[in-house]
Design a protein around this ligand. Structure first.
Ligand code: TLP
Length: 343
């Protein structure tokens, strides 16, 4: 058995999802003619409590079209220093939108309204114009952290005071909703634009959504085309996303329980350490003591045992649970890790 814990992006479409894809009605979505894409967009607009939504190929494109649609070159985007838009999107805020980033510190990917207030630039021609605040929920590098509604509401207050827009990188929004017991709209109502991915814990092969006002979605539509993300018979992919929304949301609780089980086992092992309080959803980060080796050497030793994790820093490893990892798989990963560390 292969237990691939590198990311929840590695999930493969199940036979039933493939069936839904194979029988999807399609059309040319660049002409707006694909009925399945249109159905997904309507479903997501409703789910996320916005006027309109648009299907895009990836989470990065969802974030970057949202940034481009709500900024001008020379503007500044306020985000956490560990955010995905900063670390893992190839410098796109600068490359595609001409924006600089104002990075905030804070435990586990979170920051406060006061930090945003301090970061906002005064209206002076020397400065970039503060335009947009990006919140990531759950927070990936933070450890799959969930935001509280109160913290977001307070940031919205500051954003309104200074005329800033707010974008939610909700690649794993449904993980936060399941973990916190919130309806998605309780989170999304504070944001101008919201992105969400189908290709992570929801188990679809490709695709993300952006939801917003009709007017902003029209702008996102234009930038999706500009960035090369207009797709044709995309209904095959939208069908997988619809299937995922129908069948794979509530089960995220299993992934969270599996991540906790894994983290609790790691906490009892020699040579590694984990902050259990930081494990709120499906992502586990743990640290390797230098005497044991590096994150990479431990991952390399696990690989022949059929357990895949990724080193994310010299002494740090990430393991992510998802719908292709069963409890049995987690037990196998625990046994392999324990044996490797005891050797
Ligand atoms: N994250 C991937 C890698 O890029 C690191 C992963 O394996 O976790 N926002 C967040 C919070 C993400 O975690 C990701 C993907 C994205 C956006 C981008 O999604 P894609 O990969 O579809 O562009």
């Amino acid at each position: 058995m292969l237990v691939d814990l590198r990311s929840d992006t590695v999930t493969r479409p199940s036979p039933a999802m493939r069936q839904a894809m194979a029988s999807a009605e399609v059309g040319d979505d660049v002409f707006g003619d694909d009925p399945t894409v249109n159905r997904l967009q309507e479903r997501c607009a409703e789910l996320l409590g916005k006027e309109a939504a648009i299907f895009v190929p990836s989470g990065s494109m969802a974030n970057q079209t949202s940034i481009r649609a709500q900024t001008q070159p020379g503007d500044e985007v306020i985000a956490h220093a560990d955010s995905h838009i900063y670390h893992y999107e190839a410098g796109a805020p600068a490359g595609l939108s001409g924006c600089s980033l104002r990075l905030l510190a804070g435990e586990r990917g979170l920051f406060t309204a006061d930090q945003v207030r301090t970061a906002v630039r005064p209206p002076d021609s020397h400065y970039p114009r503060s335009a947009l605040v990006v919140v990531e929920n759950t927070h990936n590098r933070g450890g799959g952290t969930c935001w509280s509604l109160e913290a977001i509401e307070a940031i919205r207050g500051v954003a309104d005071e200074f005329g800033l827009k707010m974008h939610l990188d909700g690649a794993r929004l449904m993980n936060a909703c399941i973990a916190k017991g919130h309806d998605s709209r309780q989170y999304t109502r504070f944001f101008d634009t919201v992105s969400m991915c189908f290709s992570k814990g929801l188990g679809a092969p490709v695709g993300s959504i952006v939801a917003s006002t009709r007017q902003t979605i029209q702008r996102v539509h234009r930038f999706r085309k500009m960035f090369g993300g207009g797709m044709r018979q995309a209904g095959i992919l939208a069908a997988a996303a619809l299937y995922a929304l129908e069948h794979n949301v509530q089960r995220l609780a299993e992934d969270h329980a599996n991540a906790r089980h894994l983290a609790e086992a790691i906490a009892r092992m020699p040579g590694v350490s984990v902050d259990l309080a930081a494990v709120e959803t499906n992502i586990v980060y743990f640290d390797v003591q230098p005497g044991v080796g590096t994150g990479k050497s431990l991952c390399d030793a696990l690989r022949p045992r059929g357990v895949w994790m990724i080193p994310v820093a010299p002494q740090r490893i990430r393991a992510v649970t998802h719908l292709d990892v069963t409890r049995e798989g987690v037990e196998l990963a625990i046994a392999a890790l324990r044996q490797t560390l005891e050797r």
